[in-house]
Design a protein around this ligand. Structure first.
Ligand code: C2E
Ligand code: MG
Ligand code: MG
Length: 753
């Protein structure tokens, strides 16, 4: 599969996982203890805020409408007053004409005309006829009899006299709200009032009651003011004036007077606002309660569903996935391994004689053993490993990073070591042993069923073979693994027994002819096998993990040796080899730094040779180790360059100072013109990238001369010196330095001559 496709699949999966984790996060929040109360309260508050805002806007709108209505009412009343006065003026003038026509009307005539007038204008409360200023007729007579023969107040006559239309309005009594309209028959001197005066008294209460204000939605309290006399003409209100209140007023000039009509703006808004607020509050509380109930039932259902799902997928005793869930996860692991083209190991474990232990100790202690067993498995497991309890005392361990049989063998040993530690409870120690069966993906199976079946078969083989052991489904592989494991143990033993030694091979500086660098090459002085070369154990050590022990030992030894070189007045750098897997370790930088510190030497005494394959590596952890070591002064060289992995682009960006052309290319130079061309190309390329070039495996003078001609910086190989121990190297370098000095002196003296 193309890397881009792989990345896309991973991105899709990541997106799916993100969505799933988000929804599960939301669900988790919803089922939290106080979530129902909190969410219900939040719903209540939100509804309350929205309703209040709505009510506020509504009340603002209502106030504006009420103002308009009040203004309309004032205008209406203005209109009515104008009509009343005009109409009353007509009546007075008609009566005046009647009196003029009949000279002095008889009592009967006056009553009958007044009756007609009163019927047509029910708001006219009293009609008075006062010839020569003395009241002679009054209608209705009943209660007004006492007015007969009284004189009309002179101020009234005076007002009428001065009025343009011979018509005047007087406000008799605010409390009675009577409006008096006087009409003088003939103008003339007041002192000689012979002409008489007609007065109409209008009952304003009656008038306003008869008005058709009922068509208005609500009649608001109002005050009619006569502005010149600063008096209230009439009011339908508790208040004397509206000064401090909200009212709308209209002013107008009519019938010789300035009028103002003030109408109170409806004040029901506040109470209706409070009522609406109350309703909103009630609504919010009801909604909160409803949402609380809903949340409670939702979270109960959700918790039940979660508990159900947990029971369906996990073992309640140990908390590990059960058989069903394990099968699903194993399927996912297989799919992933298929996509990424990787291998992994499936390890099936069964506790030996668990049934007997359970019967003897009781189920409580049996459960405690299983729980302790599961806890130990969890301790050994890495984050992407998969562990499960599939039945009674049967467990699975799927190791995602264990991609070959040697590592699987080591894992089985590790598991055994951890699981067989005595389990202690109630002051008693209980020893358990485990039988294991290991199947490798994809060699032993590519699907869930076959991997489970084959690991199970291997486990039963282990049981049959006497228990307390692990078997591979493929036993041939196991034998190979066993032999590797023996070498692994042998390496660890050899390192502890001081059987390893560093040999050094110098690199010659072509220009100065000095030895600037020496490559450290590990040798194993095996008690039985004699001198063992790295080719026989490095690859195995890389697979078993012993390479880290070898690497750390070699670095420590090189640190000690550098001191010896310095003490012998030899100032060179040591080039050390490290395998890629050494850079994998999270502790690589820390342990190398520690080694430098312990030996009190600095990083600038060393060059780390890294395999060419690491150029292609994108894993930032390794690059960060390289960068950190460079900061400590260590130089980096690309080893075995030209063996097939390099890409020019990687080479350009890689933080290496030195490039070592692989010995196979150098040795091929003599016979193959292609190799010669290749070496020339590599040299040109390296020079253009500012790298120092070392040619490895230079075996004879011809090749050495050729490389010198090509401007190669350093030569390394048996032609110069075979790798040898430090004790034998120091005299060689001294001799070399001496000869070089001699040659320099000689050439200087020949020049002088
Ligand atoms: P390498 O790093 O490429 O080391 C150079 C190898 O070429 C050495 O083999 C050296 O003895 C050999 N050699 C040098 N000059 C000549 C020559 O003129 N002709 C021939 N035929 N061979 C020559 P050696 O010592 O057997 O090491 C083999 C490999 O083992 C090294 O290749 C290196 O990759 C690895 N190695 C050695 N020591 C260590 C170590 O301490 N750690 C790790 N991780 N790997 C190591
Ligand atoms: Mg090397
Ligand atoms: Mg090499």
């Amino acid at each position: 599969m193309h890397p881009i496709e792989r990345r896309e699949i991973r991105t899709d999966k990541k997106r799916e996982n993100n969505v799933a984790s988000l929804s599960s996060k939301i669900e988790n929040i919803l089922v939290k203890r106080h979530a129902s109360t909190l969410i219900a309260s939040a719903v209540g508050v939100i509804v309350m805020v929205i309703a209040s805002l709505f009510l506020y806007l509504l009340s603002e709108k209502n106030v504006a409408i009420d103002r308009v209505n009040a203004l309309r009412q004032s205008t209406l009343i203005q209109h009515e007053i104008e009509q009343l006065v005009t109409q009353s003026g007509f009546v007075a003038n008609n009566l005046k004409s009647f009196v003029v026509r009949n000279k002095t009307p008889s009592e009967n005539e006056f009553r009958s005309i007044s009756e007609k007038i009163s019927r047509a204008n029910p708001f006219i409360q009293r009609i008075t006829w006062a010839p020569a200023g003395v009241i002679q007729n009054v209608y209705p007579l009943g209660l007004n009899k006492h007015l007969i023969d009284n004189r009309v107040s002179t101020s009234a006559i005076k007002d009428v006299n001065y009025s343009a239309q011979n018509l005047v309005i007087r406000f008799i009594d605010e409390d009675l709200a009577r409006l008096s309209m006087h009409s003088l028959l003939f103008s003339g001197d007041i002192a000689q009032i012979n002409n008489g005066l007609i007065s109409l008294e209008i009952d304003l209460y009656h008038f306003f009651r008869s008005l058709n204000l009922a068509n208005e939605p609500t009649v608001q309290p109002f005050i009619i003011k006569e502005l010149d006399s600063e008096r209230n003409v009439f009011k339908i209100s508790e208040k004397d004036n509206f000064e401090a209140l909200c009212f709308e007023a209209t002013q107008f000039y009519f019938a010789g007077l300035s009028w103002e009509i003030q109408t109170l703006v409806k004040s029901e808004n506040l109470s209706s606002f409070i009522f609406s607020c109350f309703l909103a509050g009630l609504f919010s509380v009801v909604l909160s309660l409803v949402s609380y109930r809903f949340m409670c039932s939702y979270s109960r259902r959700s918790v039940d569903a979660k508990a159900g799902a947990y029971r369906a997928n996990f073992d309640l005793l140990t908390g590990l996935p059960n058989r069903y869930h394990f099968s699903l996860r194993l399927k996912e692991t297989i799919d992933e391994a298929q996509r990424e083209q990787t291998d992994f190991a499936v390890c099936f474990m069964d506790i030996d004689h668990f049934k007997q232990m359970n019967d003897a100790l009781g189920h409580g202690k049996g459960d405690a053993i299983l729980t302790a067993f599961a806890a130990r498995l969890k301790l050994v497991a890495k984050c992407n490993d998969l562990i499960a309890r599939v039945s009674g005392d049967e467990f699975f361990f799927v190791a995602r990073e264990v991609d070959d049989v040697i590592k699987a063998d080591l894992l089985a040993e590790k598991l055994k070591k951890h699981l067989q530690q005595p389990i202690e409870f109630a002051g008693q120690q209980h020893f358990i042993t485990v039988s294991m069966g290991v199947a490798m993906y994809p060699i032993d199976g590519v699907d869930v069923a076959s991997l489970l079946h084959h690991s199970d078969q291997a486990m039963y083989a282990a049981k049959r073979a006497g228990r307390n052991r692990h078997f591979f489904f493929n036993e041939a592989m196991r034998e190979q693994a066993d032999s590797y494991l023996n070498i692994h143990q042998d390496i660890l033993r050899g390192l502890a027994g001081g059987e390893f030694e560093l040999y050094y091979q110098p690199m010659l500086n072509v220009k100065s002819e000095s030895v600037d660098f020496c490559e450290a090459l590990v040798r194993w002085n095996h008690p039985e096998r004699g001198l063992v070369m790295p080719g026989e154990f490095i690859r195995i050590a890389e697979r078993t993990g012993a390479i880290r022990e070898i690497g750390n030992w070699a670095f420590s030894q090189a640190c000690r040796d550098i001191r010896e070189f310095i003490d012998s007045d030899i100032h060179i750098k040591i080039a050390l080899n490290h395998s890629i897997s050494e850079y994998y370790s999270n502790r690589a930088f820390e342990s190398w730094k520690q080694i430098l510190k312990e030996n009190a030497v600095t990083g600038d005494n060393f060059i780390f040779e890294i395999p060419e394959a690491m150029l292609m590596d994108k894993k930032s952890i390794r690059m960060s180790v390289v960068t950190a070591m460079r900061k400590m002064g260590v130089q980096f060289a690309i080893d075995d360059f030209g063996t097939g992995h390099s890409a020019i682009n990687y080479l350009r960006n890689y933080p290496a100072d030195i490039l070592k052309i692989d010995s196979s290319l150098i040795q091929g130079m003599q016979e193959s013109s292609k190799d010669r061309t290749l070496v020339e190309v590599v040299l040109t390329l390296a020079k253009s990238l500012d790298k120092i070039v070392v040619a490895e495996g230079v075996e004879n003078a011809n090749v050495a001369e050729h490389l010198k001609g090509l401007n190669c910086d350093y030569l390394q190989g048996n032609w110069l010196l075979e790798p040898r121990s430090i004790n034998r190297l120091i005299p060689y370098i001294h001799q070399h330095m001496f000869e070089l000095e001699e040659r320099t002196l000689e050439s200087r003296s020949s020049l002088n001559r």
